[in-house]
Design a protein around this ligand. Structure first.
Ligand code: ZN
Length: 106
């Protein structure tokens, strides 16, 4: 306790958001899966949901390894506002504007 307490609280909040998103995405996929029945090819919606699910899982993995919030391109800290708007963000603002990495939002 004590040191970097604010940071820790912020991270816990981000983790909760990611875990909730992951649970919701899994529930949606289960619902879709049941409707489509078994091995039917993934619909575009299902593909999108899968992409978001794996983004959320990857963000949680990065958190477990202490790499959450670090830009994967320039290795600088990703701005808090960017992560607040999108907890799965992998790039800082400058890099995502430069790259337009085909991330999931349009
Ligand atoms: Zn960057």
């Amino acid at each position: 306790m004590g040191e970097a307490g604010g940071d820790y609280g912020w991270l816990v909040g981000q983790r909760r958001r990611l875990e909730r998103e992951r649970a919701e995405l899994r529930a949606s996929l289960r619902r879709i899966g049941e409707a489509a029945g078994g091995d039917a090819p993934l619909t575009r919606l299902a593909q999108r949901l899968h992409a978001r699910l794996s983004a959320a899982s990857l963000a949680l993995t990065r958190m477990d390894h202490g790499r959450y919030g670090r830009c994967e391109r320039c290795k600088r800290a990703v701005e808090r506002e960017v992560l607040a708007a999108r907890p799965t963000a992998r790039y800082c603002r400058a890099c995502s504007q430069r790259g337009r990495e085909g991330d999931d939002d349009g």
